[in-house]
Design a binder for this molecule. Structure first.
Ligand code: NDP
Length: 253
């Protein structure tokens, strides 16, 4: 039986990588809904694959007006919203992460804005449109648990995502809205192409494979399966906590 039949879903950053994997998994379980992102071409390509029950909405998650437009348009199209996945994030365009001697205040603010502030306001702007009893999934990262060189700010933002999941689930208890974090390990997505040069791409991916106990990088569909669980009534007793989907990465030192 389809676990998300007729559920209306919104996946931010659903035009690429993990977000697209989640949207596909939702579609496969009978859901409908919207994906967002800034790149119109990849949005159109993604919706062409997802099919007629999905729409794309262009917008920047660091812009409040764009967030409001996302939820209003989804609500106007489908009449309700049952599931929100706050996924857009990761690398800020044109700005590398770095060690403390390299990071400027501008770098710091832009990483925090994209990976933490936007998550908070995405949830806030969704609330007038979200059903009571909805499920909100915040995409965290294994980086919150396992340090990697030059990623302190990103890791700090993602660690705060876990605190948001806990705090917001209390705030939203009166409406029976569940908030949980879903934290991926190393997942094979276009983000690696934004972090390292073409020349070093395979070497870096192999490094992640070598340190991941199951011996592979994750796939966006791995995160999609976990998101289906958190979106569905199967997880109705799971509130304000985190699921790690990382192939055992955070179990090793
Ligand atoms: P991708 O780079 O493939 O996707 C990032 C997505 O976020 C794109 O859809 C992009 O769309 C969207 N996005 C980025 N900036 C903005 C913005 N300002 N406004 C709106 N949308 C934006 O990365 P992943 O799929 O790998 O990452 C998705 C999430 O998973 C991120 O939160 C990341 O931190 C997290 N994660 C990833 C891991 C991995 O190994 N891949 C590991 C742990 C966590 P567009 O460019 O069109 O705006």
């Amino acid at each position: 039986m389809s676990k998300l039949k007729n559920k209306v879903t919104v996946v931010t950053g659903g035009n690429s990588g993990i977000g697209f994997g989640i949207a596909e998994a939702f579609r496969n379980e009978g859901a409908v809904g919207a994906i967002t992102g800034r790149n119109e071409k990849t949005l159109n390509d993604a919706v062409a694959i997802l099919g007629a029950d999905f729409i794309s909405i262009a917008g920047d998650v660091t812009n409040s007006n764009d967030l409001e437009n996302t939820f209003k348009k989804t609500f106007d199209t489908f009449g309700k919203i049952d599931v929100l996945v706050v996924n857009a994030g990761g690398v800020v365009d044109g700005q590398q992460m770095g060690t403390i001697d390299q990071v400027t205040e501008e770098n710091y603010d832009s990483y925090m804005n994209l990976n933490l502030k936007s998550a908070y306001f995405t949830v806030q702007k969704s609330l007038p449109y979200l059903n009571d009893g909805a499920s909100i999934i915040l995409i965290g990262s294994s980086a919150a648990h396992r340090a990697a060189p030059g990623m302190a700010i990103y890791a700090a933002a993602k660690a705060a995502i876990l605190a948001l999941a806990k705090g917001l689930s209390l705030d939203l208890l009166p409406r029976k809205i569940r908030v949980n974090a879903l934290s991926p390990g190393s997942i094979d997505t276009p983000v690696f192409g934004k972090l390292v040069s073409e020349e070093h791409l395979e070497q870096v991916k192999q490094m992640w494979i070598d340190i991941t106990p199951v011996g592979r990088q994750g796939l966006p569909s791995d995160i999609g399966h976990a998101a289906v669980f958190l979106a569905s009534d199967d997880s109705s007793f799971i509130v304000g906590t985190e699921i790690l989907s990382d192939g055992g990465l955070t179990n090793i030192s």
